[in-house]
Design a protein around this ligand. Structure first.
Ligand code: GDP
Length: 368
């Protein structure tokens, strides 16, 4: 591939090997594009022809650069998060770069995955507290579902209210649904088709999607930052599709005795180590099988049955081993298996959560 070829849409260096990254075009299409002198990367091509964007991923260093550039502007930051994976949605370093003058609107996406009866006000308060611990004081928190957007107009109105005369930067880690949301925004604005342009951040190869707003300001989609501790990196695509929730989660409650274990497919494990017999509620994809057993036999059961009785399993034999994390629970809490789901547990018990290496297990104040 000729080193110097750049996409005329976004300026990214053309490449044929990494579909998730900027400037990608499959080799066959690249040949055609060169012949027809229409050299657009796949992302810009789709944007032009189907009015649809595709996610692009970014390394931490690229992202730090990008945030830095945003911090030099007067902007509204729209910070898209996944309510099902709040910790996995965190952009570390975001508050540092945003500064006092750039307000943050948190868009808590995938609300359709949480139980419908959930108290929305409570959820917002809970999110507010979580964000505070990240050093973020949002101007507002907006709950939505990019796949079933009922309140898109409200969202756009909220954005308009908060931005005043600013540009809008939409940021988020990969998989939170940022592209889906932006595509909905593009679709909802009839006639905008011809107005969408792509351009790149000066001095970098990062492309961005610019959606003009009515007053000459722009809504700018930034590439998604990659988080390596997501479940997405230890599962094959097929298993990932199976293990991640697609619809409203039906909470599953178990009466557990101490020294009992729940396997979450072959992917994770929850041990009730000690405390009074109690109810524990699991929030995972509805089809994901939870298997209850005695703690004493759990290791052996896993070794014997991972990949059959206990499935899906992490892909690659070497990653079958689960890593243990211990918790003394002092208030009603969630034991979170990053990106996979969580168990809500009461105070005054001792538990352990196990997950594949690289997937974090943590405790937080109960969300629901
Ligand atoms: P991005 O990497 O942040 O741009 O995320 P995408 O827009 O590519 O979405 C990642 C995955 O989440 C896709 O499978 C989407 O279909 C799904 N998704 C996005 N928004 C929602 C939502 O509101 N609810 C649900 N259930 N899934 C969503």
């Amino acid at each position: 591939l000729n080193e110097g070829l750049r996409c005329v849409g976004c300026g990214a260096l053309m490449q044929i090997t990494e579909p998730q990254n900027a400037g990608y075009l499959p080799l066959s299409a690249l040949k055609k594009a060169i012949d027809s002198e229409e050299l657009f990367c796949q992302r810009c091509f789709r944007l032009r022809h189907y009015n649809e964007i595709q996610p692009v991923e970014l390394t931490d260093d690229d992202f730090a650069d990008l945030l830095h550039q945003i911090s030099d502007t007067k902007s509204l930051i729209v910070y898209v998060m996944d309510v099902f994976d709040v910790t996995g949605s965190e952009i570390s370093g975001l508050p540092r770069f945003v500064g006092q003058d750039n307000p943050i609107l948190v868009v808590a996406n995938k609300i359709d995955l949480l139980p419908k009866l959930l108290n929305k006000r409570r959820l917002k308060n809970w999110l507010q507290a979580e964000l505070k611990s990240q050093g973020i004081q949002p101007a507002d928190i907006f709950l939505t579902s990019a796949t079933h957007p009922k309140n898109l107009d409200d969202l756009l109105e909220t954005i308009d209210d908060l931005r005043q005369d600013r540009d809008v930067y939409v940021v988020g880690v990969t998989n939170v649904g940022k592209s889906t949301l932006i595509n909905q925004i593009i679709k909802s604005r009839t006639g905008i088709q011809d107005l969408i342009t792509t351009s790149r951040f000066p001095g970098t190869t990062l492309d961005r999607i610019v959606i003009p707003l009515s007053d000459g300001k722009d809504l700018i989609d930034t590439p998604g930052i990659i988080k390596r501790d997501q479940m997405a990196y230890v599962l094959s695509n097929k298993d990932l599709k199976y293990a991640l929730p697609k619809n409203e989660i039906k909470p599953r409650t178990y009466q557990l005795n101490p020294e009992q274990t729940l396997f979450i497919g072959g992917l994770a494990r929850f041990d009730f180590e000690s405390g009074e017999r109690t109810a524990i509620t699991a929030y995972f994809e509805n089809n994901l099988k939870l298997h209850r057993t005695k703690l004493a036999g759990a290791d052996e059961l896993y070794d014997k049955h991972v990949g059959e009785l206990l499935q899906p399993a992490p892909s690659g034999i070497s990653t079958h081993e689960l890593i243990k994390h211990e918790f003394n629970v002092t208030e009603k809490s969630d034991i979170v298996f990053s990106g996979l789901g969580w168990m809500t547990v009461p105070a005054d018990i001792k538990v352990s959560g196990w997950a594949p290496k690289g997937v974090s297990v943590l405790i937080r104040k109960a969300m629901i």
